[in-house]
Design a protein around this ligand. Sequence first.
Ligand code: DQA
Length: 141
Amino acid sequence: SLIYVLNGPNLNLLGKRQPEIYGHDTLRDVEALCVAAAGDHQIRFLQSNWEGQLIDWIHEARDEAAAIVINPAALTHTSVAVLDALNSFDGPVVEVHISQVHKREKFRHHSFVSLRADAVIAGMGVAGYGAAVRHVATLIG
Ligand code: DQA
């Protein structure tokens, strides 16, 4: 079945933006890593800088996807709307952060999305996406 992997604002610049925090791999590399981790499952890998676009994709996932892996980026810390959208989705949800957000500024310690997430990964670098995909693949069978 299909796993949505959603990426929020600024992650299109992954590999170029603050590499000391987020590393040198690009979002294309992350997509390849997710496909490799998915086994027999399919991946739909998406990124937007727009909150509303991410919400529309989460709504689409209600009909299309068995699970969602999401790195909401800065929207993690601000968006009740992304949380509400995820609460409309019935399958497993895993929240991923490349960096260890709890070691960083205090405003990154709170996540609205964690109120919905079945698992949260932070600080594994981009390998966290692979772990998240393998976990939801196990959950959906
Ligand atoms: C991030 C952490 C967020 O605090 C930040 O706004 C991001 C990326 C991460 O993957 O570590 O853009 O979600």
